[in-house]
Design a protein around this ligand. Structure first.
Ligand code: GUN
Ligand code: FE
Length: 464
């Protein structure tokens, strides 16, 4: 049993960020939050909760606890390409950068090195739950699940299906083999974690242009038969949408292609959703499918500025995705900033910077909500993670602030703890400290990460 002592922050609703300067969060042996006390000292917290007298205490100094981030969309095998996209857009980027690197994951030694590295990188950035695309290859997909399970990161791991319009060297031979390979990976992952507490399988048709209608339907049936999660891409880029119209002339929209195949379920994650029509939004909402907003990627590949406010107003459930390597960063904190930036570009375009639509702008609290509770709802874990509430599981990061110490100078610099990139001077209120972290922070501020109360990453900069 552990009492996490000190300040904490978390989102109560889309617009409400609670910051508590003096908290005590009791976490039991199962990693479940037993109590959350506000504005009491350790002694009082212990007194109020019988049996917690001898509990271990872990205090955050010069910082705060924050819920672990949920990355609702990323591609682990594309990690080596992070930052490489030149001036390409989606379809030529796939041919030039993406298919070549993914095809090399037939090599298990290489897969082990890159997947281990990427899981370390996402954990170091505070991501406690991640929806991963792997590749077509079953052995390396299963290896990614092994790595997540061993490291303790919650993950949805998907074997990518693609039986059409893909290069000779990287495609599924038939619908039957695509389904059989997907099934094999689902069974493997359910075998290594039968309760699915840490790793779960996710059915992954790459996107409509990579899959025949029959393959999509077969995967829709597989989703029903196995009750598995589903992830794919939707309406990311206008050339892609035109291609879908050409490839599926009988469908009324991109959304309709997936709907016809029974791939829109409450457990479906649709990445990007930049250019959806009103009608498509209604269908997605009616099917209770979820959206992964990937702002860094959408800008890098010049896919478009996703009108997130409109999607929120349409009642859709939304989380953030790094979409490495369309996106250039494995950090959801970076994605929080990017989501805020893109919302401002949307505001400046509607209708103009002279008369911006301020309602389109996301607040810091809203972007943090998408990064935690929103993402948790996208992956079906809204009752278990995303906030600090009794009965939820303790998925958290310890954030320390305090930058370069001003040694040899007169006076106090205030917080000198972590040596991270955020300078604080002692006068800031807790809301201001959180804002400074959001805009200036990175993995150096994330000194400890827990999943279900298990320490899964640490920089050694806190005393356990
Ligand atoms: N659409 C199909 N495949 C991909 C991919 O790997 N990344 C992105 N961003 N979009 C895709
Ligand atoms: Fe993607």
């Amino acid at each position: 049993k552990t009492i996490y002592l000190g300040a904490f922050a978390h989102c109560l609703s889309l617009t409400d960020l609670e910051v508590c300067s003096k908290g005590a969060i009791g976490v039991d042996e199962e990693g479940v939050i037993a109590f959350v006390e506000r504005d009491v000292g350790l002694e009082e917290a212990r007194k109020r909760h019988e049996g917690w007298g001898g509990a271990r205490v872990l205090e955050v100094k010069d910082g705060f606890f924050f819920p672990g981030f949920v990355d609702t969309h990323t591609h682990a095998p594309q990690h080596p390409n992070t930052g490489l996209f030149g001036k390409t857009t989606l379809l030529d980027w796939l041919d030039q950068y993406t298919f070549p690197i993914e095809s090399s994951f037939s090599d298990l030694t290489k897969a082990h090195r890159i997947y281990s590295n990427f899981v370390s990188r996402t954990l170091a950035n505070g991501t406690t739950t991640c929806a991963y695309y792997a590749t077509r290859h079953v052995p390396s997909t299963n290896l990614l699940a092994d790595i997540c399970l061993k490291r303790g990161q919650r993950a949805l791991v998907g074997r990518v299906c693609m039986d059409m319009l893909s290069p000779e060297y990287y495609r599924d031979e038939s619908i039957e083999s695509a389904v059989a390979d997907s099934k094999a990976s689902i069974e493997y992952i359910r075998d290594i974690d039968p309760k699915g507490d840490i790793v779960k399988p996710i059915i992954t048709p790459r996107f409509a242009p990579s899959c025949t209608a029959d393959c999509l339907s077969a995967l829709g049936k597989l989703a029903k038969d196995t009750d598995a999660h589903v992830q794919t891409h939707i309406s990311e880029n206008t050339s892609e949408i035109a291609l879908v119209r050409e490839l599926f002339p009988n469908s009324t929209s991109y959304t309709n292609v997936y709907d016809t195949a029974n791939l829109l379920t409450p457990k479906t994650i649709l990445a990007h959703a930049v250019h959806l029509s009103q009608e498509e939004r209604k269908v997605i909402k009616a099917r209770q499918a979820k959206i992964s907003h990937c702002p860094a990627s959408n800008t890098a590949l010049t896919s478009g500025c996703c009108p997130v406010r409109e999607l929120l107003d349409a009642g859709l459930t939304i989380g953030l995705g790094t979409d490495v390597s369309g996106g250039f960063s494995p950090s959801i904190l970076e994605e929080v900033r990017q989501a805020i930036w893109v919302s401002r570009f949307v505001a400046m375009q509607s209708p103009s910077a002279a008369s911006p639509n301020n309602a389109a702008k996301l607040s810091t609290a809203e972007a943090l909500y998408l990064a935690t509770r929103g993402g948790a709802a996208v992956v079906g874990l809204e009752d278990r993670v995303g906030g600090f509430e009794v009965g939820m599981e303790f998925d958290a990061q310890m954030i320390r602030l305090g930058g370069v110490p001003a040694r040899g100078e007169e006076g106090e610099t205030g917080f000198e703890g972590a040596g991270g990139p955020v300078d604080v001077f002692g006068w800031e209120g807790w809301e201001e400290k959180v804002e400074k972290w959001v805009y200036g922070g990175d993995d150096r501020n994330c000194v400890g990460v827990w999943v279900r109360g298990r320490l899964v990453h640490s920089t050694g900069r806190f005393e356990a």
